[in-house]
Design a protein around this ligand. Structure first.
Ligand code: SF4
Ligand code: SF4
Ligand code: SF4
Length: 243
């Protein structure tokens, strides 16, 4: 049987036996690439959409047909053909930056869903290879086209062996796959939490600035009224003097 399918199914079943929610069981089978090709903002939102019936199980190109089959098995449904309108299944890859061409614009840093870039404004940017999920989201934003994707293989295909050796190798791969996915999931969650915190801070800053501006406008208005009243008084007294 296909080893990739078995690994994915095993990850979903582990989540089930750990008492995780249905969305978490589905998320365990999803690749954690966080590429948004499924039309959702990441693997967890897609898993929630499957649970709510908003999405089909065949919208994840990085998971491929094995992923669709494993989801179908986990959910006790008929499998579907991978919907290729969402994109093609590619081998696992990581991004690399051409250091000579990079202008340090930081657009890729903002686009990365798992914070896999190091660098800052006007400083050459680099990718931390082990954190990159190969989501491609940094490619379209780079103004000088200096990011390339390289195929990465965390492990080779299991060679024909007896069933005990096959199961042992499969087990090792599942442990490795799980740790890669857990890492990507955590980094994605951290990234999302940071975005939410930044938005909250921006909203609070905007609110306090608006309040300060309104207070200033009221103060300016009161001052203007005071000056106008003073001018009126001076004019009235001058008028009285001439009469
Ligand atoms: S890997 Fe991409 S397409 Fe698949 S569920 Fe995650 S975000 Fe969606
Ligand atoms: S470095 Fe690029 S390809 Fe890698 S995870 Fe970040 S955005 Fe995706
Ligand atoms: S988007 Fe391209 S040019 Fe800009 S910092 Fe990233 S790699 Fe460098």
């Amino acid at each position: 049987m296909n080893e990739n399918y078995l690994i994915l199914l095993g990850l979903g079943n582990d989540a089930k036996s750990e008492g995780k929610s249905l969305a978490e069981q589905i998320d365990a089978v999803l690749p954690q690439t966080q590429c948004t090709q499924c039309d959702f903002d990441g693997c967890k939102p897609y898993s929630e959409a499957i649970v709510s019936g908003e999405a089909e199980i065949n919208q994840c190109p990085p998971g491929g047909q094995d992923g669709v089959d494993a989801l179908a098995e986990l959910l006790g449904r008929q499998t579907l053909k991978l919907n290729e309108t969402h994109g093609e299944t590619k081998p696992r890859r990581i991004a690399i930056v051409d250091e000579k061409a990079c202008i340090g614009c930081t657009l890729c840093i903002k686009a990365c869903p798992v914070d896999a870039f190091v660098g800052s404004s006007k400083v050459m940017t680099q990718v931390i290879g082990k954190e990159c999920t190969g989501c491609d989201l940094c490619l379209p934003v780079c103004p000088v086209d200096c990011i390339d994707m390289l195929e990465s293989k965390p492990y080779e295909k299991i060679l024909q062996q007896d069933s005990a050796q096959f199961n042992n190798a499969l087990n090792q791969r599942q442990i490795l796959e799980r740790s890669i996915r857990d890492n990507s999931r955590e980094r994605y969650q951290f990234h999302q939490a940071r975005l939410e915190r930044d938005k909250r801070e921006r909203d609070e800053l905007l609110k306090s600035r608006t309040i300060a501006l309104k207070e200033k406008m009221l103060k300016d208005k009161a001052q203007k009224e005071k000056i106008e009243a003073a001018i009126r008084r001076v004019k009235d007294s001058k008028k009285n003097e001439t009469n």
